[in-house]
Design a protein around this ligand. Structure first.
Ligand code: NAD
Ligand code: DAU
Length: 359
């Protein structure tokens, strides 16, 4: 069986659902169920005996060690993290705790567990660490996309903690021989993404008749990848990736934020028409402090070595995603709890209204 952390979050739950659909291999899923984790994401596998859900913290060394000894997984796939850049600006402490200390606890537990395996189990064991393109910093227009050898230059507390965890993972391979693999992926979108991130926030705000808050000039560029393609890439890395290596994962799909928002408005105008266009709700607001201007990924290594390529284009994936949110309004209202409303007030209430303008 495999051991997944953070499997009740956005990418983790898509991974667990995809894994159980594609294979017969059981999954132990350790998740703390923070605001971002939701058992409703895993409703489809609630009755599935191959899925063992454990509510707990990756920082709990005794728990992690006991789970590894009990379930004897052949691999760990590590998603658990604090993942939202804006939250890391308001409160970096949790990011250091989970992303840095939590990954350290997991690595130590994995090292002890690995040491006790027989030669055959050792040869097959893998530790896949799921990381981000943000560790590479920010690109200027015209700069070549990030490759696996680009130097690390994280700019936000979030990306700095992810970079720290990547370095620890690397060190555990070089020092202790733990068979680790790191994936660095660009911006994901798709079902079950918490509506604090750009795409689900814009869809849910649009449908609720609220402002669509675009930071700064809206010309920041991100590379967007459908979450199912990211999960497929992780499966390929787990299956055939070379221990000690890192793999960039991306969609070759750079877009300016304002273009993403306009695309969402166009699709909503078609699928959920109202009088006037959703574009009328766009409002430019104060920028994110330290906002990275551009990310772009060179994903040729994973394409060449592991034969992975995204199956979705942005236009097919984004349409599916908008349709999913339209069809799952109950899920949206379920996650928009008291805590969510407090976050909206904290992040958007204080943004200088003088800087707002309608596009
Ligand atoms: P998410 O915030 O949606 O989910 C994180 C999950 O981790 C939640 O279920 C949460 O309950 C759990 N968790 C948090 N702290 C925990 C702890 N201490 N112990 C156990 N569980 C804990 O995040 P996501 O967007 O699904 O991202 C998953 C991983 O992928 C993260 O490591 C993130 O850095 C990375 N990543 C995300 C993106 C993206 O676009 N979302 C892109 C590249 C990489
Ligand atoms: O690049 C991969 C990363 O992508 C992941 O590692 C992170 O976990 C994930 O959160 C994401 O980070 P971003 O900061 O790029 O994603 P976010 O959805 O928060 O923002 C995308 C862009 O949209 C960014 O330039 C900021 C902008 N934005 C975001 C929000 C929430 C807005 O203009 N308005 C908003 O309200």
């Amino acid at each position: 069986m495999i051991f997944v952390t953070g499997g009740a979050g956005f990418i983790g739950s898509n991974f667990v659902l995809g894994w159980l659909a594609e294979t017969d291999e059981p999954v132990v899923n350790l998740d703390k169920l923070t605001y971002a984790g939701n058992l409703d994401n895993l409703r489809q596998v609630r009755e599935d005996a191959r899925h063992v859900f454990v509510r707990g913290d990756i920082c709990d060394a005794a728990l992690v060690g006991r789970l590894l000894d009990t379930y004897k997984p052949r691999a760990i796939v590590h998603f658990a993290a604090e993942s939202h850049v804006d939250r890391s600006i308001h409160g970096p402490g949790e990011f250091v705790t989970t992303n840095v200390n939590g990954t350290f606890v997991l690595l130590e537990a994995a090292r002890a567990y690995y040491a006790g395996l027989d030669a055959n189990a050792k040869a097959n064991f893998r530790f896949v660490h799921v990381s981000t393109d943000e560790v590479y910093g920010s690109l200027e227009p015209g700069d070549a996309p990030f490759t696996e050898t680009t130097g690390y230059a994280p700019n936000s507390p979030y990306s700095a903690t992810k970079a720290a965890s990547d370095h620890m993972v690397r060190a555990y391979h070089h020092t202790y021989g733990l068979p680790t693999l790191t994936t660095n992926c660009s911006n994901n979108y798709g079902p079950f993404q918490f509506p604090e991130k750009l795409i689900p926030l814009m869809i849910t705000n649009a449908l609720a008749g609220k402002a669509l808050p675009v930071y700064g000039d809206g010309r920041q560029v991100r590379d967007w990848l459908y979450v199912g393609d990211h999960c497929a890439a992780i499966r390929r890395v787990l299956q055939d990736g070379r221990p000690g290596e890192t793999y960039n994962i991306g969609g070759w799909n750079e877009m300016g934020n304002i273009d993403v928002v306009h695309t969402l408005c166009n699709i909503l105008d078609e699928l959920a028409p109202k009088s006037g266009s959703y574009r009328d709700q766009v409002a430019f607001v104060a920028d994110r402090p330290g906002h990275d201007r551009r990310y772009a990924m060179d994903a040729r290594k994973i394409e060449r070595e592991l034969g992975w390529k995204p199956a979705e284009t942005f236009s097919s994936g984004i349409r599916k995603t908008v349709q999913w949110y339209l069809d799952h309004q109950d899920w949206v209202s379920g996650v928009q709890s008291g805590e969510y409303l407090k976050w909206v007030e904290k992040n958007y209430g204080a943004r200088n209204p003088a800087q707002e303008q309608v596009a």
